[in-house]
Design a protein around this ligand. Structure first.
Ligand code: SF4
Length: 367
């Protein structure tokens, strides 16, 4: 403990000391790890989903190579948004569309998507300064991600707020990564626990549908699950290195090493960074049971709604199980339900989609 406090103290002068969210600190940019396997058709059926597991009870599952998880996410881990986002090309929008985009590549991003991510970058800049770091190995890229967590946790502890905090852990026996939009600790009364917040931007000044809120709730609950496991359980270090096939004794190089040296931290290997990450996690508290969703209007960033809701562990587990059945190849991709067929009009894969083809044939016949 003394070591981590000393280490954090050594970083502190380089970070902003003000409690104001508009202060800035140094923050590294993490780039996604590449997926490496090619695509094939939907895999055969298999036994069914595993029971809810914690980071302390990992079965070291090996997804079938033919499953979408085995093909596209075996190295970098599934992302929370893979299974919870309501945007185009994510599972909750339409599983069939997600499968198409994985196998054929994503079409160009829409203006609304760009505006949403621009707003997130803007919010992030209010509490941290992004740096671009070049890296050549997966070990260096993981070191950046873990350092981002360490610096973000430091901001939370000393300034009461952090944004775009990367997390990693195991949900239902599957490694998952994610980036928590915002965590804040209220100093004015309340439990003083870290509260997880997600800001969604909307093109029109309307409140979100129940379905959109449902998926955003699920996303925040998954982040809470990952956060709470990181700060309350022993991180499964051996399993982490084995799963991502990382060389724990890898000596950090280039930009990554320079960045760590600039923080006056004596971390030479990936193992050193992970140990520091674990020590930092142990200083943090479990998050608040209340979660907060904020909806903003894209054009002027005015607040449309703030929606507080409680964490529901059993509901979250049920939803994650359902999503994982698809990724693990236990069932085929579903199409949009009848009352959401309007989505097909905006789908780049409509001409190849069996559902869309069937619908247009039926329309033609009924004329
Ligand atoms: S056409 Fe409709 S059902 Fe088919 S992939 Fe696109 S959105 Fe999904």
């Amino acid at each position: 403990m003394a070591f981590i406090e000393a280490a954090l103290a050594s970083v502190r002068p380089r970070l902003a000391s003000s409690a104001c969210p508009s202060s800035s600190s140094r923050f590294a940019l993490f780039s996604s790890l590449p997926s490496i396997l090619p695509c094939s058709s939907v895999p055969p059926t298999s036994p069914g989903p595993r029971s809810f597991s914690t980071s302390g009870d990992i079965e070291d599952p090996v997804p079938p190579r033919s499953s979408l998880l085995g093909q596209f996410r075996s190295k970098r881990g599934l992302s929370v948004t893979d299974i919870t986002s309501t945007r185009h090309y994510y599972q909750e929008w339409c599983e069939k569309q997600l499968e198409f985009s994985l196998c054929r590549g994503k079409p160009k991003r829409t203006d609304a998507m760009k505006a949403g991510s621009d707003r997130h970058s803007q919010l992030e800049k209010e509490v941290s300064e992004k740096m671009e770091l070049h890296f050549e190995t997966i070990e260096d890229s993981w070191a950046i991600r873990l350092m981002n967590f360490i610096i973000g946790a430091h901001n939370l502890l000393f300034e009461g707020i952090t944004r775009e905090l990367p997390v990693v852990g195991v949900i239902e026996g599957v490694w998952m990564v994610g980036v928590i939009d915002e965590i804040r600790i209220s100093r004015d009364g309340g439990a003083g626990l870290p509260m997880l917040v997600d800001t969604k931007t909307r093109c029109k000044a309307t409140v979100p549908s129940a379905a959109q809120k449902r998926n955003a709730r699920l996303q925040l609950m998954c982040y809470k699950y990952l956060w709470d496991n990181l700060v309350t359980n022993t991180f499964p270090t051996e399993h982490f290195f084995r799963h991502y096939e990382l060389n724990r004794q890898y000596t950090l190089t280039g930009d990554v090493k320079k960045y760590i040296d600039s923080l006056e931290l004596d971390l030479k290997t990936l193992d050193d960074v992970l140990s520091h990450f674990r020590r930092t996690s142990s200083l943090l508290s479990q998050s608040d049971e209340q979660l907060l969703l904020r909806y903003e209007l894209q054009s002027d960033q005015s607040l449309l709604e703030e929606y507080y809701f409680p964490y529901d562990s059993s509901w979250c587990k049920k939803q994650v199980d359902k999503g994982l059945e698809f990724w693990l190849g236990y069932r085929e991709a579903s199409f949009v339900p009848e009352d959401e067929k309007w989505k097909c009009k905006f789908c780049a894969f409509a001409s190849d989609c069996p559902q869309s083809v069937t619908s247009s044939t039926n329309r033609t016949r009924s004329r």
